[in-house]
Design a protein around this ligand. Sequence first.
Ligand SMILES: [Zn+2]
Length: 300
Amino acid sequence: MNQQPGKLEPWQWPEEHWRKLVGHVRAGRRYRPDCWKDGTRCAVALSFDSDHETNELRDGGTSIGRLSWGQYGNRVGVPRILALLERYDVPATFYVPAVAALLHPDEQRRIVGEGHEIGIHGWIHELNSALPYEAERDLMLRSADTLEHITKVRPVGLRTPSWDFSPGTLAIERELGLSYDSSLMADEDCYELMLDGEETGITEVPVEWVRDDAVYFMMNRFQSLRPYTPPRDVLDIFLRELDAAYEDGGLFQLTMHPHIIGYRSRIFILEEIIRHARSRTDVWFATHAQVADWAKSHAA
Ligand SMILES: [Zn+2]
């Protein structure tokens, strides 16, 4: 359906064609509740994408050094994050590729045992838009089954790896009966996802590159990719997002990675965010699934 007609250049596409492309997956009704649970003013949804070794494996990489970086996420990152969440009694959502869950099943059982949510994050962090529909569908179904088998809890939400959403992704999410997605960015409030103009009943909990630690901190030894924003500046950006969400009576959603935020020199960012939100009495810390449910059922 994304084939361009004939050999036309994009500037030659007929209006019908670009309208169909744009309209395929779209934001529908805005889910903006009058207030959040227990009359709170702002919802805070923290998420951690536990990619671990799959960032290297996904690209066919076999670098033992980069695989060890992934293992750091399991050995240091996740335990440090869980300890912090426990200290402040904050629930969060972890998105876990099935291969990472199979490599570290005890980590997933601990996460669920401590009251957090686990959502689908692909099989091996594959890029959905590079896959044929049948392969994407097969991997997504197996990923859901794998997480359920390990944790005994059926996941209800999905974050596409690298937020890479294919033309087939939403239909597969609907087939899986998921209640929400958290990969798209058409709004700051939750909204209903529309597929070719039809309501799907699936809620989007929108993400943003601005609220993603990887954008500021990723590095690659052999490419020019380097962190360029000091940790205190990243905290400042996140705090501004949080304060504005609070003023708005909206949602503050944040994406982090155990092998990125978990370092001694960076974990203070997460703690400061939690402390700042906790300093107000009318903030609701919730999992993404809880936010999606509340937003949809209490939309003004
Ligand atoms: Zn990821």
